[in-house]
Design a protein around this ligand. Structure first.
Ligand SMILES: [Zn+2]
Length: 187
């Protein structure tokens, strides 16, 4: 399945025209249980380098060098969310000029940028169509019937399996289910 089929055109319009076709043509082999958005390939297409290091943050984007730093001590699913978040800063052009902005506005801009980068990350890693496909597959794996009510324990298993398929944390998946008004009993 091409990425073009996973994302809304409004989300894709965040990307510069120059990179858009290459991103749209990336593929997921759903039939081979490949539900993981390839953030490394997307970074490659955008010409952004990724470096792993040990520091006190989860991640950081350096616009002048076009490098995203990731904390090498964090688990992969966490690094993936951080990378998606930092890609958000890069793609959305978050670049506060501390010299020209008034100090009282800087913290407001930073908060808005953080919110928007998180929103971008959720949409990039967990597009609705992909989440639904992974959710159905989790039901298949667990041999549950999606038309029958599931117990709280079963919900936890479904969230666990779906999160593994998508390679995201259970917490961010539950948050996304909630945002998409999907599978509301999971929350
Ligand atoms: Zn941030």
């Amino acid at each position: 399945m091409k990425y073009e089929e996973l994302y809304d055109s409004s989300f894709l319009s965040n990307f510069d025209e120059v990179y858009l076709n290459e991103i749209k043509n990336l593929t997921l082999e759903i039939e081979d249980e490949d539900y993981q958005i390839d953030l490394i390939k997307i970074s490659d297409i955008l010409g952004i380098n990724i470096e792993y290091k040990i520091f006190s943050h989860s991640g950081m984007y350096d616009p002048s060098e076009n490098i995203i730093y990731l904390n090498e001590l964090e688990p992969e699913f966490r690094q993936r969310f951080t990378l998606a978040h930092e890609l958000g800063h890069a793609v959305l052009g978050h670049n506060i000029s501390y010299r020209t902005e008034l100090p009282e506005y800087i913290s407001i801009i930073e908060k808005m940028n953080e919110t928007n980068a998180n929103k971008f990350a959720a949409e990039l890693l967990l597009p609705k169509r992909l989440v639904v496909l992974a959710l159905y597959h989790a039901y298949e794996i667990l041999e549950y019937n999606e038309n029958e009510e599931v117990s709280e324990n079963q919900v936890n298993e479904i969230v666990y399996v779906t999160a593994r398929l998508l390679n995201v944390s259970e917490q961010s998946l539950r948050f996304r289910f909630n945002n998409l008004s999907l599978f509301s009993e999971a929350i």
